[in-house]
Design a protein around this ligand. Structure first.
Ligand SMILES: NC(=O)C1=CN([C@@H]2O[C@H](COP(=O)(O)OP(=O)(O)OC[C@H]3O[C@@H](n4cnc5c(N)ncnc54)[C@H](OP(=O)(O)O)[C@@H]3O)[C@@H](O)[C@H]2O)C=CC1
Ligand SMILES: Nc1nc(=O)c2c([nH]1)NC[C@@H]1CN(c3ccc(C(=O)N[C@@H](CCC(=O)O)C(=O)O)cc3)C=[N+]21
Length: 280
């Protein structure tokens, strides 16, 4: 038996269609929605994302400014640019791409992103509000994980979800969103002992590690639902997930594909957050 494929494409298309409608209404009313994408990395996975944001924003009628500061930008210069964009009335949404140059951290810099423009939920204020169950933009990827599960009518209440990864972009916020959805959540990381035993006890496994094929059949229970967040560039220019799909699909009940799973929903949600930040 091969695991069911949990596509993100239909959900992404629906979110993008609704976003385009809202963007057109805003533009007609005199507000052009605008997203600033701040880049200070040469990372290929980030470059993939930035290209797909720019393309999808164009189609949705959102102006996208790519602000490339270079992979050697200092934390001070990144912070100054975030503050400038935060004060710029024409800009409605700001995302700072990870990874960041050595010595810079998202949690330290994202405080310079105005809370109301923090469309990728990076400001620690956004994460705190998310944890408290208060309105805030969640990081698009973390929200995408939960939306894909909901779209495929996978029950979360009372079920055990193991998240592998504890970054500010995925692991930590997704753990809070899952808790808010009444799941029982275990968060794993590089110091977790007996990782395969921990994840094998879960009904749902969320892999956000950044290592191609790290999650194998040994890590999942028979019939479990597996969400693959990983987008690792391959030598031939493609993308590989954090899950070894060949091994896992013979054991899991359902699995998100890479590409075509969480990624397209992430991009759509970032744009949806941007039109909401613009008042749409
Ligand atoms: N599809 C999408 O929309 C998105 C995809 N991504 C992709 O998701 C992946 C994760 O991204 P991100 O969270 O930003 O990555 P980070 O590198 O910031 O975090 C990786 C996490 O995985 C943990 N980890 C690393 N190795 C192991 C291991 N051997 N066993 C258990 N845990 C481990 C780390 O633990 P520790 O904290 O101890 O170091 C860390 O918490 C990447 O492939 C990235 O490209 C990211 C964002 C969006
Ligand atoms: N602050 C921050 N937030 C992020 O969310 C973030 C980041 N930094 N840094 C880089 C990673 C990587 N990432 C991807 C998102 C979508 C695709 C994506 O759309 N993938 C498509 C393929 C691309 C396409 O079709 O054009 C897919 O999986 O089907 C890829 C990669 C977000 N990231």
């Amino acid at each position: 038996m091969s695991a069911a494929v949990l596509s993100g494409k239909e959900l992404s298309a629906a979110i993008r269609a609704e976003t385009a409608e809202r963007a057109a209404a805003l533009t007609a009313a005199g507000t052009e929605p605008r997203l600033a994408v701040v880049v200070a990395t040469a990372d290929e996975s980030s470059a993939w994302y930035v290209r797909s944001i720019a393309k999808a924003a164009g189609k949705a009628g959102i102006t996208c400014d790519i602000v490339d500061l270079g992979a050697t930008a200092s934390p001070e210069s990144i912070r100054a640019r975030l503050a400038e964009l935060s004060a710029d009335e024409r800009v409605h949404g700001i995302i700072l791409q990870t990874p960041l140059p050595a010595g810079a951290s998202l949690q330290e810099l994202a405080g310079a992103i105005a809370f109301e423009k923090d469309v990728d939920g990076a400001n620690p204020v956004s994460l705190g509000r998310l944890a408290a169950g208060l309105p805030a933009f969640a990081p698009a990827t973390a929200e995408a994980v939960v939306r894909v599960l909901e779209h495929h009518t996978i029950e979360l209440t009372g079920r055990h979800v193991a998240v592998v990864g504890r970054s500010m972009v995925v692991g930590k916020p997704v753990a809070h969103l899952l808790l808010n959805a009444n799941a029982t959540v275990t968060v794993c990381h590089s110091r977790t002992r007996e990782l395969a035993a921990v994840t094998s006890a879960a009904d749902v496994v969320v892999a956000a590690v950044g290592r191609a094929g790290m999650v194998t059949a040994d890590h999942v229970a028979p019939g479990a639902v597996v969400i693959d967040v990983g987008t690792n560039p391959t030598e031939d220019g493609g993308l590989a997930g954090d899950v070894d799909a060949d091994s896992v699909s013979g054991k899991a009940g359902a699995l998100t594909p890479v590409p075509g799973g969480v990624g397209p929903v992430t991009t759509a949600l970032l744009l949806s957050h941007t039109v909401r930040a613009a008042g749409g």
